[in-house]
Design a protein around this ligand. Structure first.
Ligand code: RTP
Ligand code: MG
Length: 156
C-alpha cells in the first residue's frame, strides 16, 4: 500500500548472471522508470533451486542449458513496486530474445544489456500468480498480499 492506502502491485525481477556486472546501470533504469525497489538480495542458485524456479520449462530443449546458465554465477533478485508493476516491468524488459529486442524494442533492458535468446540480462514475473510464487521463492518473509485494514498482521 502507498501513503494513500492504495494497493501498489509488486513483481519479481532478476538480474541474471550475464548482467550482474551492469546491475547499477539496470537499477538506474528501474528507478528512472518509477519503480520502487522494495527488496534486493544477491543469490547463487543451486541446480535444484533453479529447476524449481523454472519448472514450467522442464523437459524443453533449452532447459538444461538454462539451468547451467542461471546457476553459473550470482544473480540479483529484487521485489519491484509500481502501479501495474507486473505488466510495466515486462514491457520495460522487452522480448525474450535480446537479438529481437535490439531490432524491435531498442530502448528495452534486454536490448540494452542482453546478448541473445538465453543471455537476456533480466527476468520478470509473467502474471499475478507467478509474481506471488516468485516473490515468495526469493523473499519468503516478504509481505505479498494486502493486510486487511483493522486486522493484526500476525502471520508476517
Ligand atoms: P523469463 O522467464 O526469464 O523472464 O523470460 P521470458 O518469460 O521472457 O521467457 P521464457 O519463455 O519464460 O524463458 C525463460 C528463459 O529461458 C531462456 N530461453 N532460452 N530457445 C532458447 O534457447 C531459450 N528460450 C528461452 C531465456 O533466458 C528466457 O528468459
Ligand atoms: Mg518466463
Amino acid at each position: 500500500f502507498n501513503k494513500s492506502g492504495i494497493f501498489v502491485e509488486r513483481t519479481l525481477a532478476l538480474i541474471k548472471p550475464d548482467a550482474v556486472n551492469k546491475a547499477i546501470d539496470i537499477e538506474t533504469v528501474i528507478l528512472n522508470q518509477g519503480f520502487t525497489i522494495l527488496q534486493k538480495r544477491r543469490v547463487i542458485l543451486t541446480a535444484e533451486q533453479c529447476s524449481d524456479f523454472y519448472s514450467e520449462h522442464y523437459g524443453k530443449k533449452f532447459f538444461p542449458s538454462l539451468v547451467a546458465f542461471m546457476t553459473s554465477a550470482p544473480l540479483v533478485a529484487m521485489v519491484l513496486a509500481k502501479e501495474n508493476a507486473i505488466q510495466q516491468w515486462r514491457e520495460l524488459i522487452g522480448p525474450t530474445n535480446s537479438d529481437v529486442a535490439k531490432e524491435t524494442n531498442p530502448d528495452s533492458i534486454r536490448a540494452l544489456f542482453g546478448t541473445n535468446e538465453q543471455k537476456n540480462a533480466v527476468h520478470g514475473s509473467d502474471s499475478a500468480v507467478s509474481a506471488e510464487r516468485e516473490i515468495r521463492f526469493f523473499f519468503p518473509n516478504c509481505i505479498v498480499e494486502p493486510i486487511p485494514v483493522g486486522q493484526p498482521a500476525k502471520d508476517y
